[in-house]
Design a binder for this molecule. Structure first.
Ligand code: C2E
Ligand code: MG
Ligand code: MG
Length: 702
């Protein structure tokens, strides 16, 4: 096989998880990185600023201390404070300080002693600049510092506040930015308390006016640092982005591989599961009804056997491409496996009432088009459809309430299974190509599941009961025979009629076990009656057609009967008419063998289905059981009577006895008696009954 088959078992959910798994780490790393980078840039730029300001503050403090020391020295040499200040002015080495340097001296209580200018510090306006070292600065007495910084009640200045302080002022009030920069950045002024040591015997306090200047070079360093950090950030961001893109690309590639069907080269089932679920659950879609369809190209295996697998897969690819062009724009679809496709069709405006008619038309057109794709191959399709009601339909009111309360509970696989059941049903109905899922189908499935999971246990526990329906001679009304019919007495469900479990057993093959069980029980009963020396009539047992494929069936039945030892002619075997259409050779052989063992054999349900006249000539049967359907209805025109007359004549001609089944009326009994029917089995005489009742009936009527 050139391509891989069926990867449907890989669930869509797992794929989604896988996809999420791959994208989330990148997203998380990206977000964490963004936060960390911002924090780092802020910290580094802030630290750098702090470093610059701290250096400047060190210098200013040193200069202020030097000034204080010089004044102290002069005072110590006997100068008056006024002279010391005047002299100090001349000694200032730094030319930039000269015109601005200002000193203000107070005594230890804060009373004015002398100053070099008109401004005065305010000893109460003390601020702390905390840059590792703590610097104490004082504002002007005229409140300049407080106003400009607007620090309200706080004492400590941060780097940011100092920067803010440096750049106070509105740039638009200046000619250009340069002027603004010079005017603001160079005019930040405060007073530093000079450290005069012990030279002035702690008599005076010397305040030196200082200015914190952020020069152009500082700003350039700061800017360069910032740019470098930004560059670093951009590079890292780029690496991360590149990584995220590569992850996304890998993911896309992986998604393509995971979501591609190797046969059709289109979307596969996991894709359908994922996106169909998403579509149904999307808020805006929740109020729309949908149809989930299982579309099957019938007899695909045969097609492959005739034309080869490659040709078969090409056909599937062709179908896929057609669906894509036809419904791919609006609806979702994918190959499920082998030649089955899942379709999710939008059904806007449809209700539970008009849904079937509409979808029937729609699917019929689609399937006709598909069939016409390759007319030379004579392909044909069947489909099963499930209606998915809008989410707003209240579960209790909806006919489809069994589908779940809301859209959020919709399980695509389950829906697809339901559609599958509807599709299987189409095979039971000839000519039907499209099946619709309904509650009855679900109940049937549940019942089938129940039967299949309990049948073995039921057989072991002997829950199957033998009911017996007598057969009467229509002329003298004597009980001349009987048929054993199975009933299932379930401990919880009560008495279950055969119509509810026999077809399931026939389907799954369990019927052969039940037939053996019934044969054994009837043989046991006959043996007991022989021992008890009570009246006995032949009792027939149904042998399913499934049994006839078994080699050595006659011998097997013989062994079952002989285990209890009744006379063989007391056990009649009813073979249903449909069995005559299977392998005829085996059937003829088995019937002959059974007869050679002494078991009477009858053809059950004669006339119910297909004509088995042909079989009658080849198979030496003892009894012909006319199906109850012959006697249904009024038969006003008498045509039914003619058929029955001829059937009886035919049987007699072949030396077979005739039993008429399903006789409920007296006129029917009279008619059959007149026509020479040997036995009558019907509610007119008796219904199937438990063994004890039958024993009494035999004693009375036989
Ligand atoms: P069948 O073998 O043709 O059995 C005759 C059926 O017709 C019985 O239905 C019986 O109750 C019913 N019948 C008899 N007289 C009348 C009448 O006057 N009116 C109506 N309406 N029905 C009448 P039952 O017991 O429900 O069995 C149905 C079928 O199930 C049987 O049809 C037989 O094919 C199958 N079956 C029952 N037990 C066994 C079994 O142990 N093994 C096999 N293989 N099939 C069995
Ligand atoms: Mg029967
Ligand atoms: Mg019958």
């Amino acid at each position: 096989m050139k391509k891989l088959q069926d990867n449907k078992n890989l669930k869509g959910k797992k794929y989604a998880r896988l996809r999420r798994k791959r994208i989330w780490p990148s997203v998380i790393i990206f977000v964490v990185f963004l936060f960390l980078s911002c924090a780092l840039i802020t910290a580094v730029v802030g630290g750098f600023c702090g470093f610059i300001i701290s250096n400047k503050m060190n210098l200013l403090t040193e200069q202020a201390n030097q000034t204080g020391l010089q004044i102290a020295q002069r005072v110590a040499y006997g100068m008056s404070m006024e002279e010391a200040l005047t002299d100090q002015r001349k000694d200032v080495i730094d030319p930039t300080m000269r015109h601005r340097s200002q000193v203000y001296v107070t005594d230890m209580k804060g009373n004015y002693v002398a100053s070099t200018g008109k401004d005065a510090p305010d000893p109460d306006a003390l601020w702390l600049i905390d840059l590792g070292n703590e610097y104490q600065v004082y504002g002007d007495a005229d409140q300049e510092l407080q106003d400009s910084v607007a620090l309200e009640e706080r004492l400590t200045l941060s780097v940011q506040e100092i920067l803010q302080w440096c750049f106070m002022g509105d740039p638009t009030e200046y000619k250009n930015e340069r002027e603004w920069f010079q005017a603001t950045a160079t005019s930040t002024r405060f007073w530093l308390l000079a450290d005069t040591g012990t030279m002035m015997d702690l008599k005076y306090r010397v305040y030196v006016a200082s200015e914190l200047q952020l020069q152009r070079s500082d700003m350039i360093y700061l800017f360069a640092g910032g740019v470098m950090m930004l560059l670093l950030f951009v590079v890292l961001l780029f690496i991360l982005l590149a990584n995220a893109i590569s992850v996304a690309k890998t993911q896309k590639r992986m998604t393509k591989i995971l979501f591609t069907d190797p046969v059709t080269d289109g979307n596969n089932w996991p894709y359908f599961q994922t996106y169909a679920t998403r579509r149904l659950q999307k808020y805006r879609n929740a109020k729309k009804p949908y149809a989930l369809v299982k579309l099957r190209l019938e007899r695909y295996q045969n097609f492959c056997a005739c034309y080869g697998v490659d040709e078969g897969e090409e056909l599937l690819e062709h179908i896929y491409r057609f669906l894509k062009a036809r419904i791919g724009m609006t609806d979702l679809f994918a190959r499920y496996g082998e030649a089955d496709f899942g379709l999710l069709l939008t059904c806007e405006g449809l209700t539970e009432e008009n849904f079937e008619v509409n979808l029937n038309r729609r699917m019929r057109t689609l399937m006709a088009e598909l069939t016409g794709l390759k007319p030379e191959y004579k392909i044909h399709f069947h489909a099963g459809v499930v209606f998915i009601p809008p989410a707003e339909v209240e579960a209790t009111k909806s006919l489809f309430s069994f589908l779940g309360k809301g859209r959020e509970q919709v399980d695509i696989d389950q829906m697809y299974n339901y559609a599958g059941s509807a599709l299987e049903e189409t095979h039971c109905n000839d000519g039907c190509q499209i099946g619709f899922f309904n509650e009855k189908l679900l109940e049937d499935q549940a019942w089938e599941h129940f039967v299949e999971s309990h049948m073995e246990e039921a057989l072991d526990k002997e829950e199957f009961e033998v009911y017996i329906q007598p057969k009467y001679n229509p002329i003298d009304g004597r009980l001349v025979g009987a048929e054993a019919l199975a009933r299932w007495r379930h401990p919880e469900k009560g008495l279950i009629p055969p119509g509810r479990f026999i077809p399931i057993f026939e389907e799954n093959g369990f019927i052969t076990k039940l037939d053996d069980y019934m044969i054994s029980h009837v043989a046991k009963l006959q043996a007991q009656w022989t021992i008890k020396k009570v009246k006995q009539v032949p009792v027939s047992v149904n042998v399913s057609r499934a049994h006839f494929s078994q080699e050595g069936l006659a011998e097997h039945i013989c062994q079952l009967v002989d285990a209890y030892g009744p006379r063989h002619e007391l056990i009649e075997l009813e073979v249903t008419e449909s069995a005559f259409f299977d392998d005829k050779d085996i059937l003829i052989r088995t019937v002959k063998e059974l007869k050679s063992y002494g078991f009477p054999v009858s053809m059950d349900d004669f006339g119910a289905g297909y004509s088995s006249l042909n079989s009658l000539k080849d198979i030496p049967l003892d009894v012909l059981k006319l199906d109850g359907e012959f006697f249904r209805g009024d038969d006003e025109d008498g045509r039914g009577a003619v058929v029955v007359q001829e059937a009886i004549r035919l049987a007699r001609g072949l030396h077979m006895r005739v039993v008429a089944e399903g006789i409920e009326r007296e006129d029917q009994v009279k008619f059959l008696a007149k026509e020479g029917c040997d036995m009558i089995q019907g509610f007119y005489f008796a219904k199937p009954m438990p063994v004890e009742d039958f024993e009494k009936q035999v004693e009375r009527d036989a």
